[in-house]
Ligand binder design. Sequence first.
Ligand code: 6PG
Length: 249
Amino acid sequence: MVKVYSYADSQDVANSVAQYVIEHQNAALSKGDKFKIAISGGSLGKVLNKGLIANSENYAKIQWSKWEVYFSDERLVPLDHEDSNYGLFNEMVLKSLSEKKQQLPKVFTIKESLLSDDGSTDSEIAKDYESILPESLDVILLGCGPDGHTCSLFPGHKLLSERSVRIAHLNDSPKPPPRRITFTFPVLFNSGNIAFVAEGAGKAAILSKIFDTKKSGLPCELVNEGSVPVAWFVNDAAIEGVPVTASKY
Ligand SMILES: O=C(O)[C@H](O)[C@@H](O)[C@H](O)[C@H](O)COP(=O)(O)O
């Protein structure tokens, strides 16, 4: 099931993403003692900051110490590198939590000590990350690239058909940096819930292809076609002219 939630204002998008996260956090914590969430890079860090931290009402509802945070993809650079998705999450979320003396979530990063300049250890990094990944994530938050990629699963790339490993590595990402690790479809399709966040008029062209009844085979479309419930949080500009019916969360 795919649902689209759209708002004129970016703060409302962030607030509804936060509500979604809080709802799934509460559902997970009513059944167990951890909330397992995966996040992506791009503008998601900013959205989480706006929705979960800057909004004090939402902030009060987050049980950060019970969160386990994973990354749907990661660039194979040191964790303090400007390209690191962990680095972005650290800047946008963890630092604010530290300033507030908040107990931090448990964050699962690539093993930095395995990084090599020539990429010879990239497969080891992927294997290591796979070994710490839980069987199933409660929520995966994804972005949608202007080419329809998500995680580091790019249109037409051979990893779209990878089913034998849960974490794959690639050295030919069309978007720099080229060396990355990524969730594969088995991880996405074995999760509890998936949400995309896509904002801006620049997304309308690719969203038109993803939501067209004519199949495009784009990675985001493949996620929509799985059996995991998918929610899209967008602003109105991103779906202008896109054949979808949107509502409020
Ligand atoms: O892999 C990358 O190089 C980016 O992180 C990318 O996947 C990003 O998440 C999307 O392009 C969505 O970007 P926005 O969140 O800015 O829309």
